[in-house]
Ligand binder design. Structure first.
Ligand SMILES: NC(=O)c1ccc[n+]([C@@H]2O[C@H](COP(=O)([O-])OP(=O)(O)OC[C@H]3O[C@@H](n4cnc5c(N)ncnc54)[C@H](O)[C@@H]3O)[C@@H](O)[C@H]2O)c1
Length: 373
């Protein structure tokens, strides 16, 4: 089996997950890493057995076929363009960009250069969401009609480091929305329009204010910083197949009792697991029954598998088929997410201009660490 060689740009918090999870997939290997703060690349390289290199060295290395871009959101398109410009395939963390124009430049240059673009999240390839996809495709709830997608919390105050999350390019929709909207597009197909209202609960937030005393001791708490994005976004996504999903993404909520995603069909209802995870639970309510049933997961990759999208991209390249966590899917998801604020600003329903293919489901019966042909 071919082992495609990968490089990582951006050796911050999430990079450890990629370094570790990529080792689960037999067809990929991270051999080099880079960060604008070189000590970070050196440390991760030593921990996970990769060479720390300069950007130029990474882009010139003929062995590296795919570069994982794990930089902060505002850097994504700039780094993607550099990688593509060097003739390499790129797989970026989410969101795909912070505005449509930059994201479009990435898609356009990749087409010109004949290279592939992939993008997180790849959680929709996990055992939980693949099981939901099979239940829907096999018509267990009949024709889907409507549903909800609700991601709410108090934002990053709970986990300490915060300012980046309240700045342009983040907020609850661009930070957490990609998991939800990508899951929905995988389940239901591309979206057609968005009608929404958005707002900002507080003009300033206080860093570390809601973490435990023990955690506060590790961070410098109580710096106030401005909120530059809407922190509550509520609306309806109309999908091309007519399904209406009510979506809320909020950093203004202390506690709530909604399931992450529910889908209601002509013959039943489905509770979808948290799309920021790879596992379950998956719950089904069938017409005529009196309660939810837990559905056993039919697929593997239920632990933290961030890298499965890159492993799939590597195999897709080898076998000349489309990869699943595709840049065009991520571009469409970005347009849907940005339409919430646009709908508020323009006071109208926003028609979504882009579209994408619904990714192929994974085959049943894959061994752990295998991604199929
Ligand atoms: N932290 C998480 O739990 C998490 C989870 C899922 C996804 N993500 C996504 O992953 C991305 C990175 O998040 P993070 O939490 O690891 O951030 P981070 O700030 O911890 O790490 C980013 C790293 O990128 C480096 N960097 C910045 N610009 C660069 C450039 N131009 N070239 C090379 N290196 C550069 C920084 O020095 C830093 O080490 C974001 O898009 C985020 O949305 C994060």
């Amino acid at each position: 089996m071919k082992r495609t060689k990968l490089g990582i740009i951006g050796c911050g918090m999430i990079s450890s997950t990629y370094f570790a999870a990529s080792k689960k997939f037999r067809n990929i290997e991270v051999i080099a890493c880079h960060d604008i703060i070189p000590e970070r690349a050196v440390a991760k390289g030593e921990e996970f057995g990769a060479r720390s290199v300069s950007l130029d060295e990474m882009l010139a290395d003929p062995e590296i076929e795919i570069v994982l871009n794990l930089t902060p959101p505002k850097e994504h398109s700039k780094v993607d363009l550099a990688v593509i410009g060097a003739g390499k395939h790129v797989y970026s963390e989410k969101p795909f960009g912070v505005d449509i124009d930059d994201a479009l430049k990435v898609i356009t240059l990749a087409e010109k250069k004949g290279v592939r673009v992939g993008c997180a999240p790849d959680t929709f390839l996990g055992g939980g969401l693949q099981t939901v996809r099979k239940i829907l495709d096999d018509n267990w709830i009949g024709r889907p009609l409507s549903g909800t997608a609700i991601v709410q919390g108090r934002g990053p105050e709970k986990w300490g480091h915060a300012p980046f999350f309240y700045d342009y390019g983040a907020g609850p929709m661009l930070d957490l929305g990609p998991y939800y909207v990508t899951a929905l597009v995988n389940l239901l197909g591309p979206a057609k329009s968005v009608t929404a209202m958005t707002g900002r609960g507080e003009a300033f937030r206080t860093y570390g204010a809601e973490v435990s005393e023990e955690y506060q001791a590790q961070y410098k708490p109580y710096d106030r910083y401005p909120v530059n994005v809407s922190t509550h976004q509520a609306g309806v996504i109309e999908f091309g197949n007519g399904v209406l999903i009510t979506m809320i993404a909020s950093f203004d909520v202390h506690h709530h009792g909604h399931a992450p995603i529910e889908i209601y069909g002509t013959d039943g209802s489905l509770q979808v697991p948290d799309p920021n995870t790879f596992g379950g639970p998956v719950r089904l309510f069938r017409k005529g029954f009196t309660r939810w049933e837990d559905v056993p997961l039919a697929y593997g990759c239920t632990g933290n598998g961030r890298s499965i999208g890159a492993a799939d991209m590597a195999r897709a390249l080898e076998n000349g088929r489309p990869h699943r966590a595709d840049g065009k899917l991520a571009f469409h998801v970005l347009e849907v997410m940005l339409a919430f604020d646009r709908s508020q600003k323009e006071g109208r329903r926003i028609d979504i201009q882009s579209t994408c293919e619904r990714p192929a489901p994974l085959p049943l019966g894959l061994e752990e660490g295998d991604i199929g042909d």
